[in-house]
Design a protein around this ligand. Structure first.
Ligand SMILES: CCC1=C(C)/C(=C/C2=NC(=C\c3[nH]c(/C=C4\NC(=O)[C@H](C)[C@H]4CC)c(C)c3CCC(=O)O)/C(CCC(=O)O)=C2C)NC1=O
Length: 184
């Protein structure tokens, strides 16, 4: 498992070169924007149960067969496993965003996941749909674009310092895309 710093060390070492100016500049940026990164991670983790339950219910609304006999969210034992898997994926995306590196997500969550799902009969296309909804709501939370229209009666505005978090939202989106690619 790597983070932005250990990644720079490993990639310099493979080239047997010292850490170069470009790498230092990008790590300097990583440090300078560190508080924003922590806020972005917080935007995801403190809304995690909402993000997960919203994504799984959205997936089910679009495909109600999932909760009927024979569907993979039926009976409640499977529904619970599905919600738990949504939480697992979101947790690993948040770790990757904190570390600034995808390796924790790849190694500990995505490695072998597609094969596990195929073996268990978990529909990967539906999982992909839930991940896409989690991506949309997580990036909205990171850029503070969560609105009353989107949140409805459960709308919650977080206190955030003004600033541009679009790069971090883009980085988080990339981790969700990795999950989608691993399952496709
Ligand atoms: C650390 C990383 C990690 C991951 C990712 C993980 C996933 C994981 N999901 C599982 C099951 C499952 N996963 C789902 C998920 C879903 N069903 C649906 O219809 C939806 C499309 C989807 C939710 C979005 C379901 C229903 C099961 C139970 C399948 C069964 O027992 O028939 C299982 C089998 C064991 C179990 O049921 O606990 C594993 C290993 N476990 C881990 O340790």
């Amino acid at each position: 498992m790597l983070d932005a710093f250990s990644r720079a060390v490993v990639s310099s070492d493979t080239k047997t070169s010292p850490i170069g100016g470009g790498e230092l500049a990008s790590l300097k940026q990583f440090v300078a924007e560190g508080n924003k990164r922590l806020d972005a991670v917080n935007a995801i983790v403190s809304n995690a149960s909402c993000i997960v339950s919203d994504a799984v219910s959205g997936m089910i609304c679009e495909n109600t067969g999932l909760v009927q006999a024979g569907g993979n969210c039926y009976p409640t034992r499977r529904m619970a496993a599905c919600l738990r898997d949504g939480e697992i994926v979101l947790r690993y995306v948040a770790y990757a965003l904190l570390a600034g590196d995808a390796s924790v997500l790849d190694d500990r969550c995505l490695n072998g996941l597609k094969e596990t799902y195929i073996a268990l009969g978990v529909p990967t296309q539906s999982t992909v749909r839930a991940v896409q909804i989690m991506k949309a709501s997580s990036t909205a939370h990171i850029t503070n674009g969560n609105s009353e229209g989107r949140g409805g009666s459960r709308f919650r505005k977080m206190e955030t310092a003004q600033g541009d978090c679009s790069a971090l939202a883009g980085e988080a989106a990339g981790y969700f895309d990795r999950v989608v690619a691993a399952l496709s």
